[in-house]
Design a protein around this ligand. Sequence first.
Ligand SMILES: Nc1ncnc2c1ncn2[C@@H]1O[C@H](COP(=O)(O)OP(=O)(O)OP(=O)(O)O)[C@@H](O)[C@H]1O
Length: 748
Amino acid sequence: MTRERERASPKRLLKVGKRECVVGFIQSRHLVGTEGRWIRWSEEQEGRVAAGGGRHKDGGDGWRCFVQLQTRSFHCFSDFCKSLALVGNFRTRPLFYTEIAMSMAPSSSNQSKSSSNLGGKVRIIARIRGFSDQELASDAAHSKSMISVFKSGDGVKLSFDDQLSSRKNDYDVDHCYQQNEDTALIFSNEIKPHISRVFNGENSTFIAFGARDGGKTYTIKGSEEKLGLGMLVMDEILKTVEGGKHTITVSIFEVFQDHVYDLLDPKNPEVQVLEDAHRKIMLKGLSKVPVKSLLEFQKLYLSDNSLNKPTKKITLELPRRSHKALMINILACDEGGSSKLVGKMNFIDLAGYENSRRNTFDGTNLNESTRINKSLNALLNVIHAINANESRVPYRESKLARALQDSFGGNSHISMLFCLNPLFCPDTIHTVTLASRLKNIKPLVTCSAAKKQTNSTASISGKKHTKPPLSANKLDSTTKQQTNSRLPLSAKKTNSVLKGRNLFSGTEEANGFKEKTPSMENNLPNIVKSDIPDNDSTVVPHAKEEKCSSVTVLSNSDSAHVASDIVPSSHEEDASVKTQNNLPHVNGDNIEKENNSLVANEGASPPISVKLKRLADNLKALSSTPLPVSRLQNANTQVCNSVDTMEPKTPVVTHKMDTSKCQSGSFSKRSSGLKQALVQNYLHFLNTASEDDLKGISGIKEKRASYILELREKSPEPFKSLDDLQELGLSAKQVKNMMKDVVRDLFS
Ligand SMILES: Nc1ncnc2c1ncn2[C@@H]1O[C@H](COP(=O)(O)OP(=O)(O)OP(=O)(O)O)[C@@H](O)[C@H]1O
């Protein structure tokens, strides 16, 4: 312990930029091999595993791993240790680290509110664009804005007046810039604080996402009159490099239909995205133009006469709705005259999302719109995976993400700006649902213990299922409305399973991305047709990680709710099992009430009390017959028959029973039958209960309930044995405890 104290002493307090950085020493095999990974254990707190482990110097079974923590929170270290302790097998006492944390000076928090999330991987912000000149000239600008913004905790809530569904929908984002706030403000709050970090070797990417006409280009590229973020950042960077130690180069490219084109080299626009032997991404054929003054940059970036225009050939043949990227490379020059890349800043103006089912398109535009939406979907899958700290990020599904892979990984920061049209636009609402889902992700502590648990329980009946991300419990209201309106009543209940769908990996329809593409391939322009891979960009986010809290073993008090939630709330006395003759009595009125409440939900599973009644009847059948002890003593065959009558599911015993063991044998058989019946009923309940009923069970709750519904979609009866419950992330012990509590409650 003494040696460990020295290693983790406050001397190891480092400064990384303005942020304090604590290096702690944690002996945990769960962190071995996770070097470079970020671990976040609360909204604001995260740490980076600075070095991997290995056998402890002094031998023994200890593994060691340095964890470098970057934080502005005084108590972060102890919180981190607590979260590790939740996972178990955490070798060193968390108290030790609490002591270290307490001995450090509290860090300053002088950063602006809007950049409070700088340590976070992905910051989700929104901008409600101002009215365009055209809109100002028309009546449109005088109509009521469909978006209201409210403060909510650390972030803000956007409320949309959905004129289609006549509903108000609320979505969370980190911050929202209003119509009267200009691009310069976004620059000083969101971009400027990152510039120094890029000079210190980090990468920063700013992505503008939104429906068409949301103001993405206005924000990123701007114009000569209204400077966009690209111009503002270059101005600031050029001021910073005035000392002469750095040089700046820029690349501008677009991703059009899964092909990357260099916008600064009209002769050879196609860029190859390759990976070198060190798995570093190379953009072969992409020009990097040195920039020394703002004027030079302006010519490249803004001027219509610049090379920053699609080549003539492409302009004539293809409609240009594409993702555009500005890449600013900062290079450090050494004395020998050679330069080395220090950091990158990327500004991405994504093509606008447009629901092609709502809008009418001709074949070419439909195809184009479909491809754009697919590529947006793929990019969001990547951002989602990064934000959720998932072990697999589906870079290969998105050409743009692949081209930017170096900037996304490691010590990088991503901001997603959702550009909103203030006028009513269903596509805008759709894009915000996506923003909100990204925002709701709570990245998890990644540890092999949790992984192991998930992996070991990853199959039901030999089938492998992918768990939905824990945050994926919101359904796009627009989609829900559309889908529901086309479904018969009976199907609507089942449709609620969509709630638990993977964030960006559910059917595209659920995400509003599904596009019908009649004769799409035939309409593809020749230039790209043969090269376009026919892959579906929808990716199931890899969800190996599991939230530590979900690993927590149910306490007795928790699990006691299982039964109490199952029995009808009124007449609890009736529902409890006191004696053989007092088996659960389910109040008929209650059943009727529950059934009435489900009338609108034809096809939904029977109410919980009906299921409980079935369970009670089974138990009654088993326990109402007096124990046949005397008969057992008289005739073995008679005993076996009586057992068979009571428990038709129990295999017939054909061998001769030893009379001396008969009594206990019969009892244990009876008990096992009872157990079987109870288990079967419980499983039947899980296989058929409605989402609301499932949510009521302690240990199941909302996320597991929606996951159960999803499993049921794949297989009508996903739970065949108690082992299958482990698919829900419950350990065998937790399942056993749940069952014990059910029984205990029945007989209490
Ligand atoms: N903040 C703003 N203030 C005033 N006008 C704006 C603002 N943002 C955008 N506009 C105007 O709104 C219109 C659409 O903006 P812009 O072209 O940037 O949208 P976009 O999201 O890039 O569209 P697309 O998806 O089609 O590329 C333009 O006329 C632009 O001048």
